[in-house]
Design a binder for this molecule. Structure first.
Ligand SMILES: [Zn+2]
Length: 390
């Protein structure tokens, strides 16, 4: 079976690319004939890759997302024809979208959907305002785009994107139950849920070095990650638990504002901004709880998964994959960021060490079961075979 993997970005960038290159590696290890194709200006690559450069001009890049480019079409088509794949596994398609879809027509194509872009047109559009839950049927985030021309382009592009996808793809797979549900609602089917590969080290198994006053946030310091809800809640919590200490690992546009807030409210002992941390293990060692207060849909939740690997309870918002990864009242707890319940939940959890430890042990069990690399790979290969002989 000859397998072609295609992603819009052919370099190590985010979670999607991580999964893309991991899958390629694992399929090669299983002796499949695999080739990857994508776009990048970093043109150093192995002989199992085909990489096309991408325009550095933002306008041209945007244009190539909505109009057909015959020059690029010719190049991609030629490369695909030469390899002659039995199956194409498409990932993200945000570069040369119409061109790419035309070039893969006639082949068996299935797609890994790793974010909510197909569901909500403005999902990635505005980083600074609170997004409402949008399942895509009628976009609830429309108001975020004020410029009418921009609004038209975003919605036109999204409509085209959906149309091309539905026309070209014979099967989908996606890592979370919530995303699967939303995709089905929006006519993307058939679809299967298959988790992502998790390549964390063994992880912590006990609570020997834990401080039951320390809690952890890991991720971007952005409004839509719920960071403000979290620091306001900590301010409330200090009235009841004066020793509480929130450690924030990460960077983002809100860093300095949060720093100011800490100083203004004399919370220096209760909130620590640590910046980006490469090795999180000592923090997991010390903290008894991870908080994921995101107000946008989490596609998979690597941070949640990593905390679970390290036997730590997770208190997460009811957004996206978090509600599937975290079994409410078993491996952690779920809260609604639109209700004012975060402070209350934190206080109740920190007052119950036994519960925190039980959640931690159960979290480790659950994530170990989910992150079965061999099983995940088997599921993907079976999907390829199923489509091939259909
Ligand atoms: Zn929307």
């Amino acid at each position: 079976m000859k397998i072609l993997l295609i992603n819009d970005t052919h370099e190590k960038y985010g979670g999607a690319e991580n999964f893309f290159f991991n899958l390629k590696k694992k399929l090669i290890e299983r002796n499949y004939n695999v080739l990857s194709l994508g776009f990048s200006n970093n043109l150093s690559h192995d002989d199992r890759s085909i990489v096309f450069p991408i325009s550095k001009n933002r306008f041209l890049r945007g244009l190539n997302r909505i109009i057909f480019n015959p020059f690029m079409y010719f190049k991609i088509k030629k490369a695909i024809k030469k390899f002659d794949p039995d199956i194409i596994n498409l990932f993200n398609t945000n570069n040369y979208t119409p061109t790419l879809f035309k070039a893969i027509s006639g082949y068996k194509v299935l797609q890994s959907i790793l974010d909510y872009r197909l569901i909500c047109p403005v999902f990635t559009c505005d980083k600074d305002e609170k997004l409402h839950i949008c399942d895509g049927i009628i976009c609830k985030n429309k108001y975020l785009i004020k410029n009418p021309l921009k609004k038209f382009i975003v919605f036109y592009q999204h409509k085209l994107f959906r149309k091309l996808t539905i026309k070209s793809i014979s099967y989908y797979y996606t890592p979370s139950t919530h995303l699967k549900h939303c995709l089905e609602l929006n006519d993307f089917h058939p679809i299967e849920q298959i988790p992502l590969f998790l390549t964390f080290k063994k992880g912590i198994l006990n609570f020997d070095n834990v401080n039951f006053n320390s809690i952890l946030y890991v991720g971007q310091i952005e409004v839509n990650k719920g960071i403000w809800d979290l620091v306001y809640s900590i301010k409330d919590v200090t009235k009841f638990l004066p020793k509480i200490c929130l450690k924030i690992a990460g960077n983002g546009s809100q860093f300095y504002q949060i720093e100011k807030f800490i100083i203004k409210n004399k919370l220096e002992n209760n909130i620590k901004l640590l910046g980006s941390i490469r090795n999180l293990k000592p923090l997991y060692e010390e903290c008894c709880l991870l908080i994921v207060p995101s107000t946008i849909q989490e596609s998979f939740g690597f941070v949640t998964a990593e905390a679970m690997f390290n036997s730590r309870a997770v208190l997460g918002s009811n957004r996206g994959a978090t509600t599937w990864l975290v079994k409410d009242n078993i491996t952690g707890e779920i809260f609604d960021p639109e209700k004012n319940e975060l402070s209350e939940k934190i206080i109740s959890l920190l007052n119950n060490k036994k519960k925190l430890m039980s959640y931690g042990f159960e979290a480790k069990k659950r994530i170990t079961k989910i992150a079965n690399t061999k099983k995940i790979l088997e599921q993907i290969i079976n999907l390829y075979k199923k489509n091939l002989y259909q």
